[in-house]
Write a protein that binds this ligand. Sequence first.
Ligand SMILES: Cc1cc2nc3c(=O)[nH]c(=O)nc-3n(C[C@H](O)[C@H](O)[C@H](O)COP(=O)(O)O)c2cc1C
Ligand code: SF4
Length: 610
Amino acid sequence: MNESLAVTVEGFVAESLATHGRDPRHLLQHLIRVQQRFSCVPDAAVEALSAALDVTRTQVRAAIAFYAFLHDRPRGAFEIRFSDNITDRMLGSRRLIRLLIERLGLTGLPAWGCDLVRVDGRVSVGLASCTGMCDQGPALLVNGQAVTNLDAQRMDRIADLVQEGIPLERWPGEFFRVENNIRRRGLLLGNPATDGAALRRLVDEGADAALAEVERSGLRGRGGAGFTTALKWRFCREAPGTDRYVVCNADEGEPGTFKDRVLLTDYADLVIEGMTVCAGVLGARRGFLYLRGEYLYLLPHLESVLQRRRAEGLLGTRILGADGLDFDIEIHLGAGAYICGEESALIESLEGKRGVTRKRPPFPVTSGFDDQPTVVNNVETFLAAARVVQWGGYWLRGEGTDQSAGSKILSVSGDCARPGIYEYPFGTPVHQVLSDCGAENTQAVQISGAAGATLSPADFDRIIAFEDLPTAGSFMIFDHRRDLLDMVRNFAAFFAHESCGFCTPCRVGGALLRNLVEKVAAGQGSEYDLSEMRHIGAVMRQASYCGLGHTAPNHVLNTLDKFPQIYRRRLAREAHTPSFDLDAALSEARALTGRDDVGAHVRDGSEVSS
Ligand SMILES: Cc1cc2nc3c(=O)[nH]c(=O)nc-3n(C[C@H](O)[C@H](O)[C@H](O)COP(=O)(O)O)c2cc1C
Ligand code: SF4
């Protein structure tokens, strides 16, 4: 690096430290700022941050290597990342990637974790697993900002803007427009916001009464696992500790899920109110909203909501004039790691480290952020909790099923006429959602994202509820035109890429599964490979360390059971087929020696001629 750049980098880091502090737990946030400014984290920044925050250079470099959005070498001045979820592909993203690459004079295709960088440094093109815009894809991120509704025309225009070096601020505004597409409002989305009402009730009636309403409501977490919210709050409240923390999990990394994005856009006040009520119940003074890096564009909006609420006395010290009710929220950005949605990995990331799952117990409710009792809840859970405290627990109980009170917000995408956000009472059958969103000829539904279940038409009478089909919200639809193996390949590659690498069943099992799926897709698979897939999937479910590994084989195991034909019709033979094609590999040698007789070929897939 030249000397003047090193000076600029050091100056930038010094400014970041002066503005945002020297807490080592802010390391990731400093790194993200440096990355945004220099399109990588240069060595000079590593040195400066290591010295100022008293963390080793190795720790800083490990964080850079861990997060997909951080790099130690520059990407392009325009860093483009295409969303590579299966729904983007179904909407033609692969063709558009090729178009752009051609227009920019690049060669090859990007792979996950492997971007194409133009030699002049002007532009790079890479992939992101799912940018949360499945209802308006294909989509991409350019320097972290989301561009939606891509088509050939938009690709051409983007290529021109890049070639001419036009800064993003001067790109057409409509490129960056993100729609909410709320198609069905229910219990949560249908009622107009009344800011501060839940907090007023908390102040008037006290923390015990607020917790009693949450208990009465039967509210269960909306992030997937469905843990009882009141129980989580109570455990945390009663745990020994000097401080307590409230964390809103807005990582929303599950492919196909985008409802939290919409809630943070239109219902941010209610989400923050839910966090503040939770803080009042726990006696917490500090909270974090962990926002996935893909939603960078929401940061100014969220900061302004926080600022306004501080000005209105709804956040900060002596909230609504109540003694001892002091609570404020910081927003922390993620940097492109799916595992950071897992609550203990999220806490590690909040503390500025690599997002690696923690050993449990202890659980976050007793030992979370800074080893203190911490509640982590999903965005939708906080929104529901605010309403429950405002309107009482019976209000939520009035809808839903015995074990699933209230409603669920779904992110619907894929083969349907009206993708978007739909809110339904728990207990709604799958076929109802399909008919409302205009899905026809549906072959399969992937519910709850890549980690969820694959449903066949035999499942369409089943209901959305924790006791039947639990879901974090994603609802991806595949009609009969689709080859479901494309979905399986996409998810298998996703999990192999996103494994944090800590435990062998997930790290190795995920890679083996991906390779076997590819082998079958290439027409080289056998029955033996299918049984290997079942075996590896079972081991991953059983022996993986965290939820990522437990759920990663679901799509493979489900499709093997429900859609065996997508594998079978490609099988090369019944018996074992090696994944390595030795005969093909010898073609170069045959060409060099000028031999192509029978003896120069491998016989029975096992012998090499002498
Ligand atoms: C790999 C993985 C990713 C996850 N991603 C998210 C996520 O993006 N958002 C979320 O709220 N919960 C996610 N979770 C679940 C969280 O760990 C946690 O259970 C949840 O945030 C608790 O909130 P709730 O009780 O309100 O559901 C994920 C879990 C795993 C294993
Ligand atoms: S299951 Fe996967 S993501 Fe979870 S700890 Fe093991 S390697 Fe990491």
